[in-house]
Design a protein around this ligand. Structure first.
Ligand code: FAD
Ligand code: NAI
Length: 467
């Protein structure tokens, strides 16, 4: 370990490990500390990666059972949940080891332990053997991520009342799964267990699902999920959950207040959001300012109010997404290195990995209306896309929003098969300030799902051709 480091990164998630990698690339001496024992943070250990592994295998299971027979393939399908969980564990293991390799390759010291900021330029790490390591550094990057938001009256035990972490570890398929929160986690993990046989009810406080996503998409998305068998109770809050023998009795109340009702479940999944994780870091003593939601306050360059202390990822404001943390990591380290890193938040995509997938980038119609921006819309349904027909996955549509005067792409919202991949073209368009006509006049291979995005872009100027 060098005597004086350039950067100490606290947290080894997508924010932290990418910061350490970029630091290495720019010739900065760094260390990356995580208390978890494996690197990769929430995303690789208990978030994006294990959830996507289960989403993939559960989708294959459902397709093998329900879709393949309709396509001329006879199957007998039997669920091997232990095998599915083993696949997930294997992927997580390989990827977290991969992060360790990347840290080493970029000459960043990977330290397992709990870090605390003793002062600007000084980090103390409590190592697993009980000893304390003191690191002197020019810069400290806080990348400590987020944790599950608690629900008053409902105590998570990770066995029967679970967070996303426990929901990734269930040893058997619950007969009745009650999900609290119709956001990313509720709908993704609700989909996993519904596909595997659970009767899933989602209770949502608001009068819509997936707040923040385009309203038109959210409405159709709910219809599709309902058709798949998911039940929704909107404008409702969960106020308590009690174990009664084998079952859990969950108490519900209208969001606006009123008479309580109860519903029985075998497992309750609490997925009402995540909160920044900054506990035990010594921030108060170091004088680092937090906002009223407990997030580390930084300027647009990721500097906190204390010289030499920076913050990125879930522990600061903005979408709690792995690639947002990664983008901030790159920009923050470039700023530390004297370059001019920045993040274009309008070009950060978001994806719900259900089937169909829902993906978006840029502004929603609701946001444009609220900001008084005049815009044009082009839309195209997947029922009219040749590739969607061939893969028998025609649900959903693509929608392009462009500035009414300049034609600049302002937002793209897609619900359909592979929407998470399709959105990338739109993110690039927004990043380079492209017009919808640029997408419309770019050749798109036939037959691909990408043609739906092109046809939607053509629709902005009213010349959609294939509908
Ligand atoms: P984290 O990944 O949370 O990493 C922070 C790390 O800091 C942790 O490992 C923690 O142990 C460590 N740490 C905290 N305090 C200390 C300390 N004092 N000392 C040492 N170490 C410390 N995002 C997506 O973009 N796509 C997805 O598909 C997706 N799926 C998700 C699914 C689930 C179930 C969940 C829960 C989240 C998902 N996310 C997804 C969100 C994504 O995981 C986070 O946005 C991302 O991990 C944030 O990265 P981060 O580096 O800021 O923090
Ligand atoms: P979320 O913010 O996506 O959704 C939470 C939902 O719970 C909201 O619809 C909210 O209105 C509702 N809610 C809040 N309080 C409630 C209450 N008391 N009763 C009923 N409903 C209530 O949060 P979620 O799903 O927990 O995920 C946390 C974050 O993790 C996401 O916001 C996202 O940033 C990240 N994530 C990203 C994924 C992806 O990119 N595919 C997948 C999973 C998580």
């Amino acid at each position: 370990m060098p005597e004086q480091l350039d950067v100490v990164v606290i947290g080894g998630g997508p924010g932290g490990y990418n910061a350490a990698i970029r630091a290495g690339q720019l010739g900065l001496k760094s260390a990356c500390i995580d208390k978890r024992g494996t690197f990769g943070g929430t995303c690789l250990n208990i978030g994006c990666i294990p959830s996507k592994a289960l989403l993939y295998t559960s989708e294959l299971y459902e397709e093998a059972r329900d879709k393949l027979p309709k396509l001329g393939i006879k199957t007998t399908t039997e669920l091997d949940l232990a095998g599915m969980l083993a696949h997930k564990t294997k992927v997580v293991g390989e990827l977290t080891k991969g992060v360790e390799f990347l840290l080493k390759k970029n000459k960043s010291e990977a330290i397992v332990g709990e870090a605390r900021i003793a002062a600007a330029g000084k980090v103390e790490v409590k190592l697993n053997d009980g000893s304390t390591l003191v690191l002197e550094t020019k810069h400290i990057v806080i990348a400590t991520g987020s944790d599950v938001a608690p629900l008053p009256g409902v105590t998570i035990d990770e066995e029967r009342i679970v967070s996303s972490t426990g929901a990734l570890l269930l040893k058997s398929v619950p007969k009745r799964l009650l999900v609290v929160g119709a956001g990313y986690i509720g709908l993704e993990q609700g989909s996993v267990w519904r596909r595997l046989g659970s009767d899933v009810t989602v209770v949502e406080f608001l009068d819509r699902i997936t707040p923040g996503l385009d309203g038109e998409i959210a409405k159709q998305f709910q219809r599709i999920l309902t058709r798949q068998g998911m039940k929704f109770q909107l404008s409702t809050k969960v106020v308590g959950a009690e174990k009664k023998g084998e079952a859990l009795t969950v108490t519900l109340e209208p969001a606006a207040g009123g008479a309580q009702t109860t519903i029985e479940a075998d497992i309750v999944l609490v997925a009402i959001g995540r909160i920044p994780f900054t506990g035990g870091l010594g921030l108060e003593k170091a004088g680092v300012a937090l906002d009223r939601r407990g997030r580390v306050v930084t300027d647009a360059n990721f500097r906190t109010n204390v010289e030499g202390i920076w913050a990125i990822g879930d522990c600061r404001e903005g979408a709690m997404l792995a690639h947002k943390a990664e983008d901030e990591a790159v920009a923050c380290i470039e700023n530390i290195a004297g370059k001019s890193g920045h993040v274009n938040y309008d070009a950060i995509p978001a994806v719900v990995y259900t089937h169909p997938e829902v993906a978006s980038v840029g502004k929603t119609e609701e946001e444009l209306k609220a900001a008084g921006v005049e815009y044009k819309i082009g839309k195209f349904p997947f029922t009219a896309n040749a590739r969607a027909k061939t893969i028998a996955s025609t649900e959903g549509f693509a929608k392009v929003l462009a500035d009414a005067k300049t034609d600049r792409v302002l937002g793209v919202h897609i619900m359909g098969a592979e929407a998470g991949n399709l959105i990338q073209e739109a993110a690039f368009a927004i990043e380079i300030g492209a017009a919808s006509e640029d997408i419309a006049r770019t050749s798109h291979a036939h037959p691909t799902l990408t043609e739906a995005v092109r046809q939607a872009a053509m629709g902005v100027e009213g010349w959609t051709m294939q509908m």
